[in-house]
Design a protein around this ligand. Structure first.
Ligand SMILES: [Zn+2]
Length: 724
């Protein structure tokens, strides 16, 4: 019963990468957690609905030429009803439970729901409108109830448990055994094994928690908006460009206030700090942001204290010492201790580097006779001066070498050809959801069709921010399905007749999302539940971040980075500047991420008996205890505006961004040690990692390929944190 989530881009670990928005980071969560507002009347569902039967297009591609907005809701509702019937038939099968009649049968259910929902999910994120949004609100609570009905079905669970408990005698192949373990754990995690009284308790906790999560999300949005910096004094905005000031004036007008409004971003640091030269303005904006959720009418501290307590109680009810232990059990890291050990290895080099960066910045302040000690709101302003002095890189010099089609075909596709032998042929006959979308049929080295790949790169107003990957069809030998996957981004669209010249960040984004796409397209597994990118959060960003490395690999870079008019390669000094700029500000950016990860872990390792915490005291103590309490380097998110962990499904999961970075750097190091970009290396990686989905314990799978467990050394070196 797999449901492919949207796989998002990275959580901007370094400043020169694209910052992906919350919307895309958690697009799936947003889609499925939207509260009920509209209960539209679903139209009748019948053979005229384009989802009624499997698509007859190549690879079962969605028939976008026939799909109307009004087709989605009836198909999704019928899909849920059909799956419940199928599940009911399995649960009440008079035959004794077997692997075939229970687990394999479950894998085959819900096909109508999958094809309608996966298509809907794509347009809801990449090409939405008020009708689609109405459908989204209507189906969210229905889907939540639908999955509860399956996972809390006592008859079904009895069969699942019977097969699971007897699995040792069944001599299943390893992938089937893995399926039994994974699906059984999903039931346990949902509370299927609880006594009825405890199921009731769990339901109450879940209800209160989801109300608080919803409240947190809404109040934070309002608090953040309210805490914007407002001024009538234009001179306080010195340093901003005329266009930025005009935008601030326009925002003031739309909010019906005098003067200028600088909105807050939901992070501690604010984008304008690099340019605002008035120190008092920076401090005011910073303080507004720091205390955004502490205003009397919108104080979120009691909300998160209670949420942390409820989560600890939920974990205890399900038999775990704390919430993190419950979350991490099915992740690659497995235990809170493993996560803590990992973070604790990174903290000393990261904070040492941040301290030396702080010294460098303080020297600039002193040289300018500033007469003050560096504070968080000064960091970006002076770091920008350090950056300009050290790595002066002008984006406009670089862009002419990054024409989008050239980057795609001679860079992204080329690397995949050199590593995995893939070739790409554009298909103009496959219907798309929007005219900008391109479709490619992907062929394997032996010429056999492998997958269908769509890309929708240009920014639109009806698209979520950021970049992501997902699929229309998951690969599965059991279902006879080849993968149909897509990438979405928000790259600037040129005016007609002009080439699309993109930034180095954008190039990286294309390689990143295509890494996810490869994970989906190269999947070669039996069961859809274990297919492609259906892997734990602390593994899913590994193939994507790994694929980014090829963007700057010399043989690939030289193949695509050519001037769009002359075809000349990028000059060596420009390449060198680009390479060097990678090391900039790494101490700061890693430290702020580690602080956030530590806050997340500390909140979610509270025991069930812990009292309601004083949020400020708890946070201060957590940072001190973790040795990430640098005065000039606050956490990327404070507890009170840490949306990822309180409302977006990343509780005890924020570390995954750094964990997968360890994996991708460690993996790339293996390639460097073994001859780099070769078919032999690529094929081995494909066979042992990319094709395997979630068919084996991921730390075992990784260690088998790497020859050992992952190490953090390559990450520390790649970030430029190695002591000389
Ligand atoms: Zn990603």
């Amino acid at each position: 019963m797999p449901l492919q989530p949207l796989i998002s881009g990275r959580e901007a670990p370094v400043t020169h990468y694209v910052i992906h928005s919350f919307a895309s980071l958690c697009a799936a969560a947003v889609l499925f957690m939207t509260p009920a507002r509209v209960f539209a009347q679903a139209a009748a569902f019948g053979p005229s609905n384009p989802f009624y039967a499997p698509s007859t297009l190549p690879f079962h591609a969605p028939p976008f030429d026939r799909i109307k907005d009004s087709d989605y809701q009836p198909a999704i509702e019928a899909g849920m009803a059909q799956q419940i019937q199928e599940i009911e038939a399995i649960a009440s099968d008079p035959a004794a439970p077997t692997f075939e009649n229970t687990f394999v049968a479950m894998e085959k259910t819900g096909r109508l729901l999958a094809r309608s929902l996966q298509t809907f999910s794509a347009v809801a994120s990449a090409n939405t409108n008020p009708t689609i949004q109405g459908v989204q609100s209507a189906i969210a609570p229905m889907l939540a109830a639908h999955y509860d009905a399956i996972y809390l079905d006592a008859k079904l669970f009895a069969r699942v448990k019977a097969v699971h408990d007897n699995a040792a005698n069944l001599h299943l192949d390893p992938e089937s055994q893995r399926l039994v373990n994974i699906v059984y754990d999903e039931f346990i995690h949902a509370g299927a094994a609880l006594r009825d009284a405890d199921k009731e308790k769990l339901k109450k906790i879940n209800e209160e928690a989801s109300t608080l999560e919803d409240k947190f999300q809404r109040a934070l949005l309002a608090d953040t908006k309210k805490a914007a910096f407002v001024t009538t004094d234009r001179s306080s905005l010195a340093g901003l460009s005329d266009a930025q000031i005009a935008a601030a004036a326009q925002l003031a007008e739309s909010r019906k206030v005098q003067g200028f409004v600088i909105p807050l971003q939901n992070t501690t640091q604010q984008p304008d700090f690099a340019e605002l030269s008035d120190r008092a303005t920076r401090e005011k904006i910073f303080q507004n942001g720091w205390t955004r959720s502490e205003q009397t009418d919108g104080d979120l501290r009691p909300v998160i204290a209670r949420l942390a307590q409820l989560r600890a109680q939920k974990a205890q009810l399900l038999g775990y010492p704390n919430y993190a232990a419950w979350v991490l059990e099915d992740q690659m890291a497995k235990t809170p201790q493993a996560v803590m050990d990992f973070l604790n290895q990174l903290i000393p080099p990261a904070t040492a580097k941040a301290k030396s960066e702080a010294q460098e910045i303080q020297a600039v302040i002193d040289a300018q006779h500033g007469g003050f000690t560096l504070q968080p709101w000064d960091w970006d302003f002076y770091a920008e001066q350090v950056r300009k002095a050290k790595y002066d890189l002008d984006e406009s010099q670089v862009k002419p070498y990054f024409e989008i089609n050239n980057v795609l075909e001679n860079g992204v596709f080329y690397a995949a050809h050199e590593l995995y032998g893939l070739t790409f042929a554009e298909r103009r006959d496959i219907p798309v959801w929007q005219p900008d979308v391109r479709v490619f049929e992907v062929h394997d080295a032996d010429g056999k069709p492998l997958a269908l790949f769509y890309c929708d790169y240009f920014k639109r107003d009806n698209k979520n921010g950021g970049a992501w990957m997902s699929s229309f069809v998951d690969q599965s030998r059991l279902l006879g399905n080849l993968p149909v996957v897509y990438n979405v981004a928000n790259l600037p669209k040129p005016v007609p007749g002009q080439p699309a010249l993109i930034s180095a960040d954008d190039v990286r984004t294309m390689f990143h999302e295509f890494g996810h796409a490869l994970h989906g397209m190269l999947s070669n597994v039996e069961y859809p539940t274990l297919s492609g990118t259906n892997v734990p959060r602390d593994f899913v960003e590994f193939p994507s971040q790994f694929n980014e490395h090829w963007a700057t690999y010399p043989a690939v870079f030289q193949h695509y980075a050519k001037h769009y008019q002359t075809g000349a390669p990028m000059p060596a000094d420009l390449v060198e500047k680009l390479r060097k700029s990678h090391d900039f500000n790494q101490g700061y950016s890693l430290t702020e991420l580690l602080s956030a990860s530590m806050l997340d872990m500390q909140w979610h390792t509270l025991g069930a008996g812990a009292p309601l915490e004083d949020v400020d005291a708890f946070e201060k103590n957590a940072l001190e205890k973790s040795k990430v309490d640098l005065a000039a380097v606050p956490p990327r998110y404070r507890s009170t505006y840490f949306l990822h962990i309180w409302a977006n499904g990343y509780a005890a999961g924020y570390y995954a961004y750094q964990w997968t970075e360890m994996l991708d750097d460690d993996a790339y190091q293996w390639f460097e040690e073994n001859g780099g970009l070769t078919r032999a290396n690529g094929d081995r990686f494909r066979k042992m990692v990319l094709s395997r989905g979630n068919t084996e314990d991921l730390s075992t799978l990784y260690a088998n390929w790497r020859g050992r467990a992952p190490k953090i050394d390559a990450m520390i070196e790649d970030r430029g944190l190695k002591e000389n």
